[in-house]
Design a protein around this ligand. Structure first.
Ligand code: NIG
Ligand code: FE
Length: 425
């Protein structure tokens, strides 16, 4: 298939875009992309590719931007129930961490998740993944973390593997047994930390070998390093044990308080450090000399109606690799759309549309270590791309709240987006 006549074809780059290099879109005007067997074969101008590959089935992208599918590198997309009542409590003045300390917040979603069947969890999550896909996300990271007991965490993993197999959206799976202190261990956070490191992680290792032996990517292990969750020593204990067992690492750091989680992630060679709102200058300097990707989640302060966002300009000036994600979750940020994330990043992180697009594609792919397959329109990579019904890439960011995606192409298969739903073309 030859997608042709794109007003702008954004190819991006294969390498992560560090610091001030962020925002290289690799624009080809009147661009075209040739796809065969689920992969990208060539990119170039429409004239060049028509000449080299005559007679290919065409897809006309006149008046459109064509770009890589979004990669969303941080989501908590599998959960039961909702937290609409808590949203109202927060509007009335209660703080997120106080609600958590009182047994609400994450813990209330844990109750709803534990009591949901795997079929119900799959059905609820599928609808969220379809909204992600229809708004242009072709690969998403997905965390467990609303089980907080071995059996439920494994049920969530099983559901995520099934949803990944089902497609069309592709998942990078993360084990987040250390998302909160389980209610049973309310007065013994160290006891719960020991359960995660001594019992859950070894079981995870065995379970994965049995249930997902052929997968290229092992699951990430993540921890919520925060007051009311895991302190720095406990976060280190979780991540060091995960590393010993061969898992790649992620961390939730500096969402509300600066505990040093970002520097810990750098020290341990984590794939990413995420949230990064209260991050210190020393932490930011550490990111600048490492390959640990800084993942900012602007929907979270927006969702909490807070005023502090990731110091993105400092992170860029420090020469770090910056990516964007939704954080899609029932507590702080129930939003599936990377287009909305880009709109927030332009306003509150002062990123340009070009920077936000690179942070949502190639840098996001590096944050989940999938840049060998996705994140740019590079020959040999998967044909995961978007046809946007806009003539200029800057409409991303500029416009918000409606879906600009006309077609999603996933592994060479075309899906037409129609009022937020999709059907096979
Ligand atoms: O990334 N910080 C921890 N986890 C989520 C919120 C989870 C929840 O409130 O259910 C986050 O913001
Ligand atoms: Fe999160």
């Amino acid at each position: 298939m030859l997608i042709h006549s794109a007003t702008q074809l954004l190819t991006l780059t294969e390498n992560p875009q560090r610091g001030r290099d962020l925002g290289q879109l690799g624009i080809i005007e009147n661009g075209a992309v040739l796809i065969r067997d689920e992969k990208i074969v060539a990119t170039g101008t429409t004239a060049e590719l028509r000449n080299s590959y005559p007679g290919e089935p065409p897809l006309d992208a006149t008046g459109c931007v064509v770009m890589p599918g979004f990669v969303d590198p941080h989501t908590h997309v599998i959960w039961g129930g909702d937290r609409a009542a808590e949203f109202e409590m927060r509007l009335e003045g209660k703080h997120y961490l106080d609600i958590l300390a009182a047994g609400g917040g994450i813990i209330s979603t844990v109750h709803a998740t534990r009591s949901a069947s795997i079929e119900s969890l799959i059905a609820q999550t599928r609808s969220r993944l379809l909204r992600m896909f229809a708004t242009g996300t072709t690969t998403a990271e997905a965390k467990t973390g609303y089980g907080l007991q071995t059996a439920t965490e494994l049920r969530l993993l099983k559901a995520l593997l099934a949803l990944d197999d089902e497609g069309p959206i592709e998942l990078a799976i993360t084990f987040l047994g250390a998302h909160a202190i389980a209610a049973e261990y309310k007065d013994d956070p160290q006891g719960y930390t020991d359960l995660v490191t001594g019992t859950m992680l070894p079981i995870l290792q065995q379970w994965w070998q049995t249930h997902a032996p052929k997968r290229k990517n092992p699951p990430f292990v993540d921890v919520f390093c925060e007051n009311q969750a895991f302190n720095l020593a406990q976060s280190r204990q979780v991540l060091e044990q995960a590393k010993r067992l061969g898992f790649p690492l992620k961390i939730h750091a500096d969402e509300f308080d600066n505990l040093g989680g970002t520097s810990l992630a750098v020290e341990l060679g984590a794939a990413s450090a995420d949230h990064l709102v209260k991050t210190s200058d020393a932490d930011i300097a550490a990111l600048g000399t490492s390959d640990t990707v800084a993942v900012s989640l602007p929907c979270t302060p927006f969702g909490l109606a807070e005023t502090d966002y990731t110091p993105a300009q400092k992170i860029i000036d420090a020469n770090a690799i910056l990516a964007l994600a939704t954080d899609c979750n029932p507590g702080t940020a129930w939003n599936e759309s990377m287009q909305f994330v880009i709109a927030l990043a332009c306003r509150y992180l002062k990123m340009t549309p070009a920077q936000a697009i690179a942070a949502s594609t190639i840098n996001a792919a590096h944050a989940i270590r999938r840049a060998d397959r996705v994140g740019s329109l590079t020959p040999g990579k998967q044909a995961d791309l978007l046809v946007l019904s806009v003539p200029d890439y800057r409409h991303l960011g500029y416009r918000f709240g409606t879906n600009l995606v006309r077609q999603v192409v996933k592994r060479g298969q075309v899906y037409s987006v129609d009022m937020g739903y999709y059907r096979t073309a």
